[in-house]
Design a binder for this molecule. Structure first.
Ligand code: GLU
Length: 411
Protein backbone atom coordinates (compact mmCIF):
# COMPACT_ATOMS: atom_id res chain seq x y z
CA UNK A 1 0.00 0.00 0.00
CA UNK A 2 1.12 3.57 -0.60
CA UNK A 3 2.16 4.86 2.80
CA UNK A 4 2.51 8.45 1.62
CA UNK A 5 -1.12 9.33 1.03
CA UNK A 6 -1.52 12.66 2.85
CA UNK A 7 -3.80 12.73 5.84
CA UNK A 8 -7.31 13.86 5.07
CA UNK A 9 -6.66 13.75 1.32
CA UNK A 10 -9.62 13.91 -1.01
CA UNK A 11 -11.55 10.75 -1.72
CA UNK A 12 -9.98 9.28 -4.83
CA UNK A 13 -11.73 6.98 -7.28
CA UNK A 14 -9.19 4.15 -6.81
CA UNK A 15 -10.04 4.21 -3.10
CA UNK A 16 -13.51 2.90 -3.82
CA UNK A 17 -12.17 -0.63 -4.16
CA UNK A 18 -10.53 -0.49 -0.74
CA UNK A 19 -12.40 -1.18 2.47
CA UNK A 20 -12.70 1.95 4.66
CA UNK A 21 -10.43 0.49 7.34
CA UNK A 22 -7.69 0.10 4.75
CA UNK A 23 -7.92 3.79 3.87
CA UNK A 24 -7.96 4.76 7.53
CA UNK A 25 -4.87 2.69 8.37
CA UNK A 26 -3.01 4.11 5.43
CA UNK A 27 -3.82 7.69 6.45
CA UNK A 28 -2.94 6.88 10.02
CA UNK A 29 0.43 5.43 8.97
CA UNK A 30 1.22 8.48 6.85
CA UNK A 31 0.31 10.88 9.64
CA UNK A 32 2.28 9.12 12.36
CA UNK A 33 5.31 7.99 10.33
CA UNK A 34 7.02 11.35 10.78
CA UNK A 35 7.12 11.07 14.57
CA UNK A 36 10.74 10.33 15.46
CA UNK A 37 10.44 10.75 19.21
CA UNK A 38 11.56 8.01 21.55
CA UNK A 39 14.61 5.75 21.44
CA UNK A 40 15.31 2.15 20.51
CA UNK A 41 15.92 -0.17 23.46
CA UNK A 42 19.65 -0.50 24.03
CA UNK A 43 19.93 -2.32 27.35
CA UNK A 44 20.29 -5.46 25.25
CA UNK A 45 23.01 -4.53 22.72
CA UNK A 46 21.44 -6.43 19.81
CA UNK A 47 18.16 -4.50 20.15
CA UNK A 48 20.03 -1.23 19.63
CA UNK A 49 20.58 -2.33 16.01
CA UNK A 50 16.87 -1.94 15.16
CA UNK A 51 16.10 0.42 12.29
CA UNK A 52 14.27 3.38 13.87
CA UNK A 53 12.49 4.12 10.58
CA UNK A 54 10.60 0.84 10.50
CA UNK A 55 6.89 1.28 10.98
CA UNK A 56 4.30 -1.37 10.22
CA UNK A 57 0.63 -1.81 11.03
CA UNK A 58 -1.57 -4.84 10.57
CA UNK A 59 -5.15 -5.62 11.53
CA UNK A 60 -6.56 -9.14 11.38
CA UNK A 61 -10.31 -9.57 11.66
CA UNK A 62 -11.94 -12.54 13.34
CA UNK A 63 -13.26 -13.70 9.96
CA UNK A 64 -9.69 -13.91 8.72
CA UNK A 65 -9.16 -10.72 6.65
CA UNK A 66 -5.74 -9.10 6.96
CA UNK A 67 -4.97 -5.40 6.51
CA UNK A 68 -1.32 -4.40 6.21
CA UNK A 69 0.40 -1.04 5.90
CA UNK A 70 4.09 -0.09 5.79
CA UNK A 71 6.69 -2.44 7.27
CA UNK A 72 4.19 -5.06 8.35
CA UNK A 73 6.39 -7.90 7.08
CA UNK A 74 9.61 -6.77 8.79
CA UNK A 75 10.70 -9.26 11.46
CA UNK A 76 11.48 -8.12 14.98
CA UNK A 77 11.78 -9.90 18.30
CA UNK A 78 8.54 -10.48 20.14
CA UNK A 79 10.04 -9.74 23.57
CA UNK A 80 7.45 -9.18 26.30
CA UNK A 81 4.52 -9.76 23.95
CA UNK A 82 5.39 -13.45 24.36
CA UNK A 83 4.41 -13.19 28.03
CA UNK A 84 0.70 -13.03 27.28
CA UNK A 85 0.77 -16.11 25.04
CA UNK A 86 3.03 -18.17 27.30
CA UNK A 87 0.70 -17.35 30.20
CA UNK A 88 -2.21 -18.74 28.21
CA UNK A 89 -0.14 -21.84 27.43
CA UNK A 90 0.66 -22.28 31.14
CA UNK A 91 -3.03 -21.97 32.05
CA UNK A 92 -3.90 -24.50 29.41
CA UNK A 93 -1.24 -27.12 30.10
CA UNK A 94 -0.59 -26.74 33.81
CA UNK A 95 -4.08 -25.73 34.88
CA UNK A 96 -5.45 -22.48 36.27
CA UNK A 97 -5.33 -23.57 39.90
CA UNK A 98 -1.60 -24.29 39.94
CA UNK A 99 -0.70 -21.24 37.85
CA UNK A 100 -2.84 -18.92 39.94
CA UNK A 101 -1.40 -20.31 43.17
CA UNK A 102 2.08 -19.21 42.10
CA UNK A 103 1.51 -16.05 40.04
CA UNK A 104 -0.78 -13.15 41.00
CA UNK A 105 -2.96 -11.07 38.71
CA UNK A 106 -2.54 -7.65 40.34
CA UNK A 107 -1.03 -4.75 38.41
CA UNK A 108 2.31 -3.88 39.97
CA UNK A 109 2.47 -0.25 38.92
CA UNK A 110 6.19 -0.82 38.46
CA UNK A 111 8.59 -1.29 35.57
CA UNK A 112 8.60 -4.62 33.74
CA UNK A 113 11.91 -5.68 35.23
CA UNK A 114 11.11 -4.76 38.83
CA UNK A 115 12.65 -7.17 41.27
CA UNK A 116 9.96 -6.65 43.89
CA UNK A 117 7.48 -9.45 44.64
CA UNK A 118 4.12 -9.30 46.41
CA UNK A 119 4.13 -9.62 50.20
CA UNK A 120 3.26 -13.31 49.78
CA UNK A 121 6.42 -13.68 47.65
CA UNK A 122 4.53 -14.34 44.42
CA UNK A 123 5.11 -12.27 41.28
CA UNK A 124 2.50 -9.53 40.85
CA UNK A 125 1.28 -10.80 37.47
CA UNK A 126 2.46 -12.75 34.40
CA UNK A 127 3.07 -9.59 32.36
CA UNK A 128 6.11 -8.45 34.37
CA UNK A 129 9.41 -10.30 34.13
CA UNK A 130 9.06 -12.07 37.49
CA UNK A 131 5.66 -13.52 36.54
CA UNK A 132 6.78 -14.37 33.03
CA UNK A 133 9.91 -16.17 34.24
CA UNK A 134 7.67 -18.09 36.66
CA UNK A 135 5.43 -19.06 33.71
CA UNK A 136 8.40 -20.24 31.67
CA UNK A 137 9.48 -22.18 34.76
CA UNK A 138 6.10 -23.89 34.97
CA UNK A 139 6.24 -24.91 31.33
CA UNK A 140 9.80 -26.13 31.97
CA UNK A 141 8.61 -28.21 34.94
CA UNK A 142 6.21 -30.05 32.67
CA UNK A 143 8.11 -30.18 29.39
CA UNK A 144 11.74 -30.32 30.60
CA UNK A 145 14.20 -29.77 27.79
CA UNK A 146 11.29 -29.62 25.33
CA UNK A 147 9.85 -26.50 27.01
CA UNK A 148 11.06 -23.98 24.50
CA UNK A 149 10.01 -26.07 21.51
CA UNK A 150 6.54 -26.31 23.03
CA UNK A 151 6.43 -22.53 23.45
CA UNK A 152 7.73 -21.88 19.93
CA UNK A 153 5.19 -24.28 18.49
CA UNK A 154 2.38 -22.61 20.44
CA UNK A 155 3.39 -19.11 19.38
CA UNK A 156 3.45 -20.41 15.81
CA UNK A 157 -0.06 -21.82 16.14
CA UNK A 158 -1.25 -18.43 17.36
CA UNK A 159 0.46 -16.76 14.39
CA UNK A 160 -0.60 -19.42 11.90
CA UNK A 161 2.94 -20.13 10.68
CA UNK A 162 6.22 -21.61 11.85
CA UNK A 163 8.30 -19.05 13.75
CA UNK A 164 12.03 -18.94 14.45
CA UNK A 165 14.48 -17.40 16.91
CA UNK A 166 16.87 -14.50 16.42
CA UNK A 167 19.94 -16.27 17.80
CA UNK A 168 21.96 -13.04 18.07
CA UNK A 169 19.29 -11.40 20.24
CA UNK A 170 19.04 -14.57 22.33
CA UNK A 171 22.82 -14.58 22.93
CA UNK A 172 22.71 -10.88 23.76
CA UNK A 173 19.78 -11.35 26.19
CA UNK A 174 21.60 -14.16 27.92
CA UNK A 175 24.89 -12.30 28.12
CA UNK A 176 23.31 -9.22 29.68
CA UNK A 177 20.47 -10.82 31.65
CA UNK A 178 21.82 -10.50 35.19
CA UNK A 179 18.76 -8.66 36.44
CA UNK A 180 16.51 -11.45 35.16
CA UNK A 181 18.93 -13.93 36.71
CA UNK A 182 18.52 -12.15 40.06
CA UNK A 183 14.72 -12.28 39.69
CA UNK A 184 14.84 -15.98 38.83
CA UNK A 185 17.01 -16.82 41.86
CA UNK A 186 14.66 -14.84 44.09
CA UNK A 187 11.75 -16.86 42.67
CA UNK A 188 13.64 -20.07 43.27
CA UNK A 189 14.29 -19.01 46.84
CA UNK A 190 10.50 -18.84 47.33
CA UNK A 191 9.89 -22.08 45.39
CA UNK A 192 7.96 -20.25 42.67
CA UNK A 193 10.61 -21.45 40.24
CA UNK A 194 11.61 -25.02 40.97
CA UNK A 195 13.78 -26.05 38.05
CA UNK A 196 17.38 -25.19 37.23
CA UNK A 197 17.56 -21.40 37.00
CA UNK A 198 19.81 -21.26 33.93
CA UNK A 199 17.60 -23.71 32.02
CA UNK A 200 14.45 -21.77 32.91
CA UNK A 201 16.09 -18.50 31.91
CA UNK A 202 17.21 -19.98 28.60
CA UNK A 203 13.54 -20.75 27.90
CA UNK A 204 12.56 -17.20 28.86
CA UNK A 205 15.36 -15.51 26.88
CA UNK A 206 14.58 -17.65 23.86
CA UNK A 207 10.86 -16.93 23.98
CA UNK A 208 11.67 -13.18 24.06
CA UNK A 209 13.90 -13.66 20.98
CA UNK A 210 11.26 -15.21 18.73
CA UNK A 211 10.96 -13.33 15.44
CA UNK A 212 7.54 -12.05 14.42
CA UNK A 213 6.08 -9.41 12.12
CA UNK A 214 3.28 -6.91 12.72
CA UNK A 215 1.09 -9.21 10.64
CA UNK A 216 2.00 -12.20 12.83
CA UNK A 217 1.10 -10.44 16.04
CA UNK A 218 -2.14 -9.13 14.51
CA UNK A 219 -3.12 -12.73 13.75
CA UNK A 220 -2.05 -13.78 17.25
CA UNK A 221 -4.28 -11.07 18.70
CA UNK A 222 -7.13 -12.02 16.39
CA UNK A 223 -6.82 -15.57 17.71
CA UNK A 224 -7.35 -14.21 21.21
CA UNK A 225 -10.21 -12.03 19.94
CA UNK A 226 -11.72 -15.12 18.33
CA UNK A 227 -11.90 -17.06 21.62
CA UNK A 228 -8.71 -18.97 20.91
CA UNK A 229 -9.47 -20.10 17.35
CA UNK A 230 -6.95 -18.86 14.76
CA UNK A 231 -9.14 -17.15 12.14
CA UNK A 232 -6.73 -18.08 9.32
CA UNK A 233 -5.92 -21.70 10.08
CA UNK A 234 -9.21 -22.44 11.83
CA UNK A 235 -7.28 -24.20 14.58
CA UNK A 236 -8.46 -23.95 18.20
CA UNK A 237 -5.13 -22.95 19.74
CA UNK A 238 -6.22 -22.26 23.29
CA UNK A 239 -9.43 -22.60 25.29
CA UNK A 240 -11.86 -19.71 25.75
CA UNK A 241 -11.15 -19.93 29.50
CA UNK A 242 -7.43 -19.30 28.99
CA UNK A 243 -8.21 -16.53 26.47
CA UNK A 244 -10.46 -14.64 28.89
CA UNK A 245 -7.83 -14.78 31.66
CA UNK A 246 -5.05 -13.77 29.30
CA UNK A 247 -7.03 -10.79 28.01
CA UNK A 248 -7.76 -9.86 31.62
CA UNK A 249 -4.12 -9.52 32.60
CA UNK A 250 -3.37 -7.76 29.32
CA UNK A 251 -6.10 -5.30 30.28
CA UNK A 252 -4.80 -4.65 33.77
CA UNK A 253 -1.06 -5.01 33.28
CA UNK A 254 -0.11 -5.35 29.63
CA UNK A 255 1.39 -1.95 28.93
CA UNK A 256 4.10 -1.75 31.59
CA UNK A 257 3.60 1.01 34.15
CA UNK A 258 1.32 2.80 31.67
CA UNK A 259 -1.33 0.07 31.90
CA UNK A 260 -3.93 2.08 33.85
CA UNK A 261 -3.63 5.10 31.59
CA UNK A 262 -3.78 2.81 28.56
CA UNK A 263 -7.00 1.05 29.45
CA UNK A 264 -8.54 4.37 30.43
CA UNK A 265 -7.66 6.04 27.14
CA UNK A 266 -7.53 3.22 24.57
CA UNK A 267 -9.70 0.61 26.23
CA UNK A 268 -8.26 -2.50 24.55
CA UNK A 269 -6.43 -5.44 26.11
CA UNK A 270 -2.86 -5.07 24.85
CA UNK A 271 0.75 -6.05 25.40
CA UNK A 272 3.89 -4.36 24.25
CA UNK A 273 7.50 -5.45 23.99
CA UNK A 274 10.80 -3.59 23.99
CA UNK A 275 11.44 -4.88 20.47
CA UNK A 276 8.91 -2.23 19.36
CA UNK A 277 5.78 -4.33 18.94
CA UNK A 278 2.34 -3.74 20.36
CA UNK A 279 -0.44 -6.28 20.17
CA UNK A 280 -4.07 -5.40 20.97
CA UNK A 281 -7.30 -7.34 20.75
CA UNK A 282 -10.92 -6.32 20.53
CA UNK A 283 -12.85 -9.44 21.59
CA UNK A 284 -14.96 -10.99 18.83
CA UNK A 285 -13.82 -8.37 16.31
CA UNK A 286 -10.15 -7.85 15.57
CA UNK A 287 -6.48 -8.15 16.43
CA UNK A 288 -4.05 -5.28 15.88
CA UNK A 289 -0.28 -5.55 15.54
CA UNK A 290 2.09 -2.61 15.22
CA UNK A 291 5.83 -2.40 14.89
CA UNK A 292 7.92 0.73 15.38
CA UNK A 293 11.05 0.39 17.51
CA UNK A 294 11.30 3.91 18.97
CA UNK A 295 10.09 3.57 22.58
CA UNK A 296 8.84 6.04 25.16
CA UNK A 297 10.01 6.16 28.79
CA UNK A 298 7.61 3.33 29.75
CA UNK A 299 9.04 1.02 27.07
CA UNK A 300 6.02 1.33 24.75
CA UNK A 301 6.42 2.03 21.03
CA UNK A 302 5.66 5.72 20.45
CA UNK A 303 4.15 5.29 16.99
CA UNK A 304 2.46 2.02 17.86
CA UNK A 305 0.75 3.68 20.76
CA UNK A 306 -0.43 6.52 18.54
CA UNK A 307 -1.91 4.04 16.06
CA UNK A 308 -3.83 2.32 18.85
CA UNK A 309 -5.14 5.62 20.19
CA UNK A 310 -6.18 6.76 16.69
CA UNK A 311 -7.89 3.48 15.81
CA UNK A 312 -9.70 3.22 19.12
CA UNK A 313 -10.95 6.81 19.14
CA UNK A 314 -11.84 7.00 15.42
CA UNK A 315 -13.91 3.82 15.46
CA UNK A 316 -14.98 4.10 19.10
CA UNK A 317 -13.47 0.73 20.01
CA UNK A 318 -13.13 1.29 23.76
CA UNK A 319 -14.12 -1.98 25.38
CA UNK A 320 -16.32 -0.28 27.95
CA UNK A 321 -18.17 1.84 25.46
CA UNK A 322 -20.38 -0.84 23.94
CA UNK A 323 -23.82 -0.23 22.56
CA UNK A 324 -26.71 -2.58 21.96
CA UNK A 325 -30.34 -2.77 22.92
CA UNK A 326 -31.55 -6.20 24.02
CA UNK A 327 -35.04 -5.34 22.72
CA UNK A 328 -33.64 -5.47 19.17
CA UNK A 329 -33.20 -9.22 19.60
CA UNK A 330 -36.94 -9.65 19.03
CA UNK A 331 -37.59 -8.73 15.40
CA UNK A 332 -41.34 -9.40 15.51
CA UNK A 333 -43.92 -10.72 17.93
CA UNK A 334 -47.50 -11.76 17.16
CA UNK A 335 -50.09 -14.41 17.82
CA UNK A 336 -50.65 -16.86 15.00
CA UNK A 337 -54.06 -15.43 14.21
CA UNK A 338 -52.33 -12.44 12.68
CA UNK A 339 -50.42 -14.38 10.02
CA UNK A 340 -51.65 -16.01 6.91
CA UNK A 341 -50.35 -19.42 5.97
CA UNK A 342 -50.26 -21.04 2.57
CA UNK A 343 -50.37 -24.46 4.14
CA UNK A 344 -53.49 -26.55 3.41
CA UNK A 345 -55.14 -27.57 6.63
CA UNK A 346 -57.85 -30.04 7.47
CA UNK A 347 -61.12 -28.29 8.42
CA UNK A 348 -60.88 -29.46 12.04
CA UNK A 349 -57.32 -28.11 12.27
CA UNK A 350 -58.43 -24.78 10.88
CA UNK A 351 -61.25 -24.64 13.44
CA UNK A 352 -58.79 -25.11 16.29
CA UNK A 353 -56.58 -22.37 14.89
CA UNK A 354 -59.49 -20.00 14.40
CA UNK A 355 -60.73 -20.52 17.93
CA UNK A 356 -57.42 -20.59 19.80
CA UNK A 357 -54.98 -18.47 17.81
CA UNK A 358 -54.67 -15.91 20.60
CA UNK A 359 -53.12 -18.60 22.85
CA UNK A 360 -50.18 -19.21 20.54
CA UNK A 361 -47.51 -16.53 20.46
CA UNK A 362 -44.65 -16.29 17.95
CA UNK A 363 -41.37 -14.51 18.67
CA UNK A 364 -39.09 -13.96 15.68
CA UNK A 365 -35.62 -13.62 17.15
CA UNK A 366 -32.66 -12.10 15.38
CA UNK A 367 -28.91 -11.81 15.93
CA UNK A 368 -26.78 -13.54 18.54
CA UNK A 369 -28.78 -14.66 21.55
CA UNK A 370 -26.85 -13.18 24.44
CA UNK A 371 -27.54 -13.20 28.14
CA UNK A 372 -29.32 -9.83 27.81
CA UNK A 373 -31.59 -10.86 24.93
CA UNK A 374 -32.66 -14.12 26.59
CA UNK A 375 -33.17 -12.41 29.95
CA UNK A 376 -35.44 -9.85 28.25
CA UNK A 377 -37.31 -12.50 26.25
CA UNK A 378 -37.78 -14.84 29.19
CA UNK A 379 -39.09 -11.95 31.33
CA UNK A 380 -41.64 -11.12 28.64
CA UNK A 381 -42.66 -14.75 28.39
CA UNK A 382 -43.27 -14.95 32.11
CA UNK A 383 -45.30 -11.74 32.02
CA UNK A 384 -47.40 -12.99 29.09
CA UNK A 385 -47.89 -16.52 30.32
CA UNK A 386 -51.50 -15.97 31.45
CA UNK A 387 -52.47 -15.21 27.85
CA UNK A 388 -50.37 -17.53 25.75
CA UNK A 389 -50.32 -21.25 26.37
CA UNK A 390 -48.00 -21.96 23.46
CA UNK A 391 -44.89 -20.10 22.37
CA UNK A 392 -43.04 -20.51 19.10
CA UNK A 393 -39.47 -19.18 18.98
CA UNK A 394 -38.41 -18.57 15.39
CA UNK A 395 -34.61 -18.98 15.36
CA UNK A 396 -34.15 -18.69 11.59
CA UNK A 397 -32.17 -15.50 11.99
CA UNK A 398 -30.20 -16.48 15.09
CA UNK A 399 -26.58 -17.38 14.25
CA UNK A 400 -25.34 -18.13 17.78
CA UNK A 401 -26.50 -18.65 21.33
CA UNK A 402 -24.00 -17.76 24.04
CA UNK A 403 -23.39 -20.05 27.00
CA UNK A 404 -24.74 -17.36 29.34
CA UNK A 405 -27.95 -17.19 27.31
CA UNK A 406 -28.28 -20.96 27.55
CA UNK A 407 -27.91 -20.68 31.32
CA UNK A 408 -30.77 -18.14 31.57
CA UNK A 409 -33.06 -20.32 29.54
CA UNK A 410 -32.59 -23.36 31.79
CA UNK A 411 -32.42 -21.55 35.17
N1 GLU B 1 13.86 -9.55 27.04
C1 GLU B 1 13.27 -8.66 27.84
C2 GLU B 1 13.68 -8.72 29.26
O1 GLU B 1 13.26 -9.50 30.05
C3 GLU B 1 11.80 -8.50 27.69
C4 GLU B 1 11.57 -7.08 27.89
C5 GLU B 1 10.28 -6.52 27.39
O2 GLU B 1 9.93 -6.61 26.22
O3 GLU B 1 9.62 -5.93 28.24
O4 GLU B 1 14.50 -7.97 29.63
Amino acid sequence: MDARTPAGSAFRSEDVARPPLSRFLQRCHAEIAGDRTGAVADYIPELAKANPDHFGISVATTDGYIYEVGDSAVPFTIQSISKAFVFSLALETIGAEKVESLIGVEPSGEAFNSIRLRTDNRPFNPMVNAGAIACSGLVHDVEGSGAFDRILETLGRFAGRTLSVDEAVFASERATGDRNRAIAYLLRNYAVVKGDVDSVLDVYFRQCSVLVTARDIAVMAATLANRGRNPLSGEQVISPYAVARTLSVMTSAGMYDYAGEWIYRVGLPAKSGVGGGIVAALPSQLGLGTYAPLLDSHGNSVRGLKVCVALSSHFDLHLFNRSGDVRNGIAAEYNIGGVSSRRNRQPHEQTILDEHHQYCHVYELTGALTFGVIEYLSRRLVQQRPHSQFVILDLHRVPTITKAAGQVSVS
